[in-house]
Design a protein around this ligand. Structure first.
Ligand code: CP3
Length: 344
């Protein structure tokens, strides 16, 4: 099997620039909304392997995408640790028992793979349904990003509680991050054993930290995960994505990862000049371009493609997830344009 998505990550020749899109299975698709309604709520959808498989396949059936991504969430690990995850309509994720103290951190379990078998069952089910059409991406949240949700009890604008712990009780936060890193390693290992062909770490909130704090509280733990997974599965490509991480790209590329995800606040040619010899680059169309006309989308796709020099090492993506109010027809325009204008 030879896939442009895997080949691009490994800097082997590609027939065209591969594309997948963060949140490609999601609310912008009417068929997703129908399956989600059938499941009742979001976590029930994640916990049902047949339905999780169904929604993973929906964008693959509709568009000429080069990779599928496991349908799940990054908050499965904190949920398995006993924090009580729920999604309240319009408010995003919440925890009934957020982390408030060192004692809470000491109590949480590290080996949670037994609580996450529904994820590995979904991976195996999806792998079978894909039947080698395209590779399957497994994923996890980064320890730092998971810690922010666990300490804030949900989404946050200021990360006040997490940063208070970072400055007042750094050792407590390091203990939590250590436990999370070990859990993530076990989680990703099982995803690979169940059929994931490639892995991605979502560090959605790495960009809110100062340089040294980013290195100490986010990147160090991602580097540990990369090292451990590489020792177990040397050929499985790993992509790291720190949203707003433009200042840290050379540090990220030094972890031994295969791909670096970038958002639209950096220029692809600058990034390639910095890290293009070491790693493949994933990105970086502004997700808001998806609200524009097909003609504008085509123009913006050409702009991104033209910034990357060479025939491999670029995986096209948006700089962050596709938003729920995008017209699915524009997703087709995007995918087809990327392929058409990058054919070798
Ligand atoms: O990309 C994919 O298609 C794979 C599935 C996927 C989801 N979440 C599905 C989802 C992935 C990879 C994630 C990762 C995730 N989850 C992240 C990191 C990625 C990023 O955006 O930076 C984060 C921070 C989360 C936590 C999370 N899950 C939030 C904040 C929300 C609420 C979002 C909202 O707009 O309400 C979710 C729910 C979620 N995860 C949805 C989907 C499709 C929407 C659920 C629904 O209402 O149907």
């Amino acid at each position: 099997m030879s896939f442009d998505y895997i080949n691009a990550l490994q800097k082997k020749p590609t027939t065209r620039t591969p594309i997948w899109v963060m949140r490609q299975a999601g609310r912008y698709l009417p068929e997703y909304r129908a399956t989600r309604k059938q499941a009742g709520d979001f976590m029930s959808l994640c916990k049902n392997k047949e339905l999780a498989c169904e929604v993973t396949m929906q964008p693959i059936d509709r568009f000429d995408l080069d990779a599928a991504i496991l349908f799940s969430d990054i908050l499965t690990i904190p949920d398995a640790m006993g924090l009580g995850l729920y999604f309240s309509e319009g408010e995003g994720p919440k925890f009934t028992s957020p982390i408030q103290s060192l004692a809470d951190i000491e109590k949480i379990p590290t080996d949670v793979t037994n609580e996450l078998t529904y994820v590995f069952d979904a991976v195996a089910t999806i792998k079978k349904a894909l039947n080698n059409r395209v590779p399957l991406i497994g994923f996890s949240g980064s320890p730092w990003t998971l810690a922010t949700y666990m300490i804030e009890g949900g989404s946050s604008k200021t990360f006040a509680n997490t940063k208070r712990m970072l400055f007042n009780e750094p050792q407590a936060l390091h203990l939590l991050l250590d436990k999370l890193a070990d859990s993530v390693i076990g989680y990703l290992n099982q995803q690979v054993l169940s059929g994931a062909d490639s892995l991605m770490l979502f560090d959605t909130w790495g960009g809110v930290l100062s340089k040294q704090n980013y290195l100490d509280f986010s990147l160090d733990y991602m580097a540990k995960i990369v090292k451990s997974i590489k020792a177990l599965h040397p050929t499985v490509p790993i992509t790291l994505f720190s949203k707003n991480g433009g200042k840290h790209l050379t540090d990220i590329a030094d972890t031994g990862c295969d791909g670096v995800g970038i958002d639209w606040t950096v220029e692809l040619d600058d990034v390639q000049a910095q890290v293009g010899d070491k790693v493949a680059i994933q990105g970086n169309l502004d997700p808001a371009v998806m609200y524009a006309t097909p003609e504008i989308i085509e123009k913006e796709v050409k702009k991104v493609l033209s910034k990357f020099k060479g025939n491999t090492g670029h995986i096209f993506n948006l700089g962050h997830g596709i938003t729920p109010d995008v017209d699915p027809e524009n997703m087709k325009v995007l995918v087809d344009c990327v392929h058409k204008f990058s054919a070798r």
